[in-house]
Design a protein around this ligand. Sequence first.
Ligand code: B1M
Length: 211
Amino acid sequence: MNALLENMSEKLQQGNLPEVVKLAEQAVAEGMGPSEILEGLLHGMSIIGGKFKRNEVFVPEVLIAARAMNGGLDVIKPLLADEGIEPVGKVVLGTVKGDLHDIGKNLVKMMLVGAGLEVIDLGVDVSPDKYITAIEENNPDIVAMSALLTTTMPNMKLVVEALEEKGIRDQVKVMIGGAPVTNEYAEEIGADSYTPDAATAAEVAREFVTN
Ligand code: B1M
């Protein structure tokens, strides 16, 4: 990683939002591509993640690092979208009920938009009812769910069950992902796809809507 991205990663770890935004803008001005800049942001976030796990930093530090990460993502968002084309399909996306983690979900959103899909972002802490209402109102091709906690993962199953109860399960493809989620879990709850990262999620979503 070059010095600029290294610096941006460090500023992200310190939770310095203005500096992260400034350095991300500088990287864009210097001609770096969105994927390269994203790598720098993810590098900082993964260091913070490791420290959080080892109890070397706590929720407030992680929260301000996450805010800085989202600030950096906002800078590269238009560039990722520019790589896409006219919307080829529609996705209703959210982080499931009880879960407030939104960085991965935001990344998935950007990649989906970049892959040419329209995204209706329901945000975080999305209840099965809210998913159902959004699906009924927007008639999407795909419902995409993110979960970062083992305790909130089961809420993905509740959404699949709610779709079945409403008789609309066959109208949408269900995509799931997030750190604790696995392919086995997707099979267990009857989801159509598990993908390990945002880029793969976008590829699979595109396949779903173009096939
Ligand atoms: Co939280 N947290 N957190 N946290 N947090 C984790 C997830 C944890 C693993 C940390 C740890 O190691 N102990 C742990 C979960 C343990 C578990 O359940 N197994 C944990 C915990 C315990 C908690 C709290 C309970 C802590 C507390 O309060 N005591 C609490 C819960 C709050 C809640 O949600 N109700 C909490 C709070 C927070 C913050 C608010 C401080 C903050 C979130 C801020 C925000 O999102 N705006 C936070 C963060 C930042 C993390 C870590 C450090 C980083 C997560 C992240 O953003 N990663 C995380 C540790 C870790 O993951 N190493 C941790 C970067 C992001 C790009 O990756 O989201 O995995 P990720 O997304 C990936 C893939 O998973 C995939 O694509 C992305 C990559 O391309 N992906 C999908 C994601 N969604 C997808 C959907 C798809 C496909 C792919 O299809 C639809």
